[in-house]
Write a protein that binds this ligand. Structure first.
Ligand SMILES: [Zn+2]
Length: 476
């Protein structure tokens, strides 16, 4: 019988924090900007410059840790991780090894076989590196230090996950938690959230872990899923051939769906960590920790529960809307203006989701003003526009955030509520479709839809279809 294998996965997740300034200097963290303009002597590693810790970084790290059920090290320290690479101007990265700010937490995920806890080994604070740009045209590499010193937290899980589904569920939960706290926007595509996957396989029932590899360069949930499947298959094949898995870092190429060896995996001792002598240990008082705890905002599970209770939304709607903080905020602001939660929810669940999918965007990319959605809902409620016009107008709100009242007036899209005009068209349609009228009279009532369609067409979509149907029935 063929051997059965189990996949063992742990994740290291780096998250860029949403502070205005860098972790150890006052330079802006704004994305973009001309190369090397968001820099100073500290974040370019000039001799003699001294780092000063950004208080907000500590608070964000603590908030994420508390929300993820971690213990807080109220006495924590920074260490130097020594390595040479051109994007790292100091030749060391300031990170935490011996006393990270958070440890021993967990995130609860839903799996096919019920709830499961994924344990968090630790969360530590560190600085990001710069970026190398390889210019193939000029045959040289350039370095941009704008990202150097941007604050990161690294969330290290225990090897508790067993499948790509569990990994996705864990990342989803983690991302939601951090977004609701406001500590980061967690965009995988833009690199503000990055996941490295540690993976090994072992025979089902085995106690000992197999040799693991680490995969980098995973910038979407789909890529992570494919990388896990690909690496699992590669390792099983090696074992089946009686070969050993080598502990190393591999780069996943999502186009070729294959991972390549980058370098042998270093251990902590290879980095010659030692406490950073330029930074004092961080002492977190009970009062400070409690302030951060009390200031934790409502997180996704509570918000979902409140939407069901307060607005009477079905659990399904409440879950989808709260699955993005941005979407939930738009929902809430719109409801405050029109007080019809189910209608607002429908616009978000149906048209908004459809357009996001069509344009390959994330809910975090939504840019329209809730006021404009509220205005559109009012226009439909008072019968000023019918549902097909409303959909057309909504698409304009979605893409260009237009004011629907102005747009409808300017484009002559208001529903014609002039009964005389409608009656005229109805009579004309009945006259021109005598055959269909016969069918209706002989009992085929479903042809009414066709006649309503003809009326709508004749009035260029600006009639009220319900009214047209009523009038048709009366005349028939
Ligand atoms: Zn700086």
């Amino acid at each position: 019988m063929a051997k059965q294998y189990e996949t063992v996965i742990g994740l290291e997740v780096h998250v860029e924090l949403a502070t205005k300034t860098k972790i150890f200097c006052g330079c802006t963290t704004a994305f973009g900007g001309a190369p090397n303009t968001h820099t100073c002597p500290v974040c370019t590693g000039m001799p003699g410059s001294l780092p000063v810790l950004n208080r907000q970084v500590v608070e964000y790290a603590m908030a994420v840790g508390l929300a993820a059920n971690c213990q807080i090290n109220q006495y924590c320290k920074f260490d130097r991780k020594n390595y040479f690479y051109p994007d790292n101007p100091q030749n060391y990265q300031i990170s935490q090894l011996y006393l990270p700010i958070c440890h021993d937490g967990y995130i609860e995920i839903e799996t096919g076989s019920g709830k499961k806890q994924v344990r968090i080994h630790e969360i530590h604070m560190e600085e990001d590196a710069g970026k190398l740009i390889h210019d193939e045209w000029e045959d040289c590499s350039l370095v941009d230090y704008n990202r150097s010193g941007v604050p990161l937290i690294e969330i290290v899980s225990e090897p508790d996950m067993r499948s790509a589904e569990e990994v996705t569920a864990y990342l989803d939960k983690l991302r939601l938690l951090i977004q609701y706290i406001g500590a980061s926007d967690c965009k995988l595509q833009e690199g503000s959230m990055r996941a490295d996957v540690n993976l090994s396989v072992r025979e089902v029932g085995a106690e000992e872990f197999g040799t693991r590899t680490e995969m980098k360069n995973l910038n979407s949930f789909k890529a992570i899923g494919r990388a896990i499947e690909g690496e699992r298959a590669r390792q099983i094949e090696l074992l089946e051939e009686g070969k050993a898995v080598i502990q190393e870092t591999r780069r996943w190429d999502d186009n070729k769906e294959y991972s390549y060896a980058m370098r042998s995996k270093e251990d902590a001792k290879d980095y010659r960590y030692f406490p950073d002598p330029d930074l004092l240990p961080v002492n977190i008082s009970d009062a400070w920790m409690n302030r951060v705890k009390d200031a934790l905002p409502e997180l996704q599970p509570q918000r979902q529960e409140r939407y069901e209770r307060e607005y009477g939304l079905p659990a399904y709607d409440a879950q989808i809307i709260t699955a993005s903080k941005k979407m939930a905020d738009i929902f809430e602001e719109t409801v405050a203006l029109v007080s019809n939660p189910k209608k607002v929810s429908n616009w978000l669940m149906v048209e908004t989701m459809r357009l996001l999918k069509e344009k390959n965007q994330e809910p975090e990319d939504l840019r329209f003003d809730p006021e404009n959605l509220a205005k559109l809902i009012r226009l439909t409620e008072d019968g000023s526009v019918n549902s097909s016009v409303a959909k057309e107008v909504f698409e304009k709100i979605f893409t260009d955030d237009i004011d629907p009242e102005v747009y409808v007036t300017e484009h002559g899209l208001k529903t014609v509520n002039d009964d005389g005009a409608l009656e005229e068209v109805v009579c004309k349609v009945l006259e021109e479709n005598s055959k269909v009228v016969e069918e209706y009279r002989s009992g085929k009532e479903k042809v009414l839809g066709f006649l309503v369609g003809q009326v709508m067409k004749a009035m260029k979509g600006k009639a009220n279809p319900a009214k047209a149907g009523e009038l048709l029935k009366k005349k028939l």
